[in-house]
Design a protein around this ligand. Structure first.
Ligand code: TXA
Ligand code: MG
Length: 334
């Protein structure tokens, strides 16, 4: 790993170059509508191994396989449940990842040794054009160093991946800002392993929805979790993050009296003064801004980040889930 990393805008030329590098088993960081992905040929074992090296990612944490058309799905999986077909029709391309029993085409490194594979079709035009040009599916985790906040701009990717990969395609800021919703199908239910842009409320039109308990609770040490990614420390800036269960004035007063000296406070629709920053009034805006603000805490070099409790339904559940992990589950009750 000693590349002269280039950051280039998304256009005809860069797409061809990305596809060429990916065909040769190299890594390319690509934009998607959720967060930037660190892509490799999902069917090439050696290429996929480079992802784990570049990120410093634990080998047992499986990757999401990205496709650009429905015809790419059947060869990757052993079975497509009817509910999955309906969900694909309604929500693909978009921020929804579904878990299927995997076919032999998917190497063990891609699926983290599991018998299942996670597949998603992004809506991002750049992502789909690159996959289309490649003609093979791309394994792509978020393009951050393992444990760091996911990248929502090409500059974030460059901060983490400079020297580790040959190419970053700049497609602008990610529209959703948090990673895709991950679901599996269990006991006739749609089981949410990771909340995201496709919400429980949206999925409930298609069947009974269950939210995995690991979404909002800290897994016990050594507990088996359905989604291996849930057990790792995540999205963490160097600062200590705390979720504060208070709103508006009460949140502001708590932060002022907290006694922390080197801090920022992220308020929902807060006026930006003193150490307060606005992380957005609606869960959709909060999702867009959250990871960039966690990175900003590091740039500012503050020791503490206090965050106003988000809504815990709809898109708010995805924000809450990421915040809990960034905060190592520290919630301050007022
Ligand atoms: O929006 C996204 O999904 C982004 C962009 C780049 O597409 N990708 C992403 O990948 O977030 P990553 O690797 O950071 O997160 C993948 C999540 C992890 O929590 C992982 O454990 C889970 O999906 N996962 C992958 N394969 C799985 C499987 N077979 N069974 C259960 N969980 C799986
Ligand atoms: Mg990630």
């Amino acid at each position: 790993m000693n590349y002269d990393t280039r950051l280039v805008p998304y256009d005809r030329e860069s797409i061809s170059e990305a596809a060429e590098l990916l065909s040769r088993g190299e890594l390319v960081a690509i934009p998607t509508e959720t967060v930037y992905g660190l892509a490799a040929d999902a069917l090439n074992e050696n290429a996929v191994k480079k992802i784990f090296l570049a990120k410093g990612r634990p080998q047992d944490n499986p990757l999401i396989v990205h496709i650009s058309s429905m015809e790419m799905l059947p060869p990757l999986v052993r079975e497509i449940p009817d509910t999955a077909k309906a969900l694909a029709e309604r929500f693909w391309g978009g921020p929804l990842t579904m878990i299927f029993p995997k076919s032999d085409k998917i190497p063990g490194v891609t699926s983290g040794g599991l018998g299942t594979v996670a597949v998603r079709m992004p809506s991002s035009e750049a992502a789909r054009e690159i996959i289309g040009k490649c003609g093979f599916p791309l394994a792509a985790p978020s393009a951050n160093l393992s444990g760091k906040p996911s990248p929502t701009t090409a500059r974030h990717v460059f901060e983490d991946m400079n020297g580790r990969i040959p190419l970053i395609i700049d497609g602008g800021e990610c529209a959703v800002g948090v990673e895709s919703t991950v679901v599996c199908f269990k006991d006739g239910r749609i089981h949410i392993l990771r909340p995201g842009g496709i919400t429980a409320e949206m999925l409930s039109e298609f069947g009974k929805v269950e939210v995995d308990k690991a979404v909002t609770a800290q897994p016990e040490k050594d507990e088996r979790v359905l989604s291996p990614g849930m057990k790792y420390k995540h999205y963490s800036p160097k600062a200590d993050v705390y979720v504060v269960n208070a709103h508006g004035r009460a949140f502001e007063e708590y932060c002022r009296r907290s006694g922390y000296e080197s801090l920022i406070a992220l308020g929902a629709g807060a006026a930006e003064k003193d150490f307060f920053l606005d992380y957005g009034k609606t869960p959709e805006i909060q999702a867009q801004r959250l990871f960039a603000l966690l990175r900003k805490a590091d740039e500012l070099g503050v020791e503490t980040v206090l965050v106003e409790m988000p809504e815990r339904s709809g898109m708010g559940l995805a924000v809450y889930n990421r915040l809990l992990r960034a905060a190592a589950f520290r919630v301050i009750e007022i």
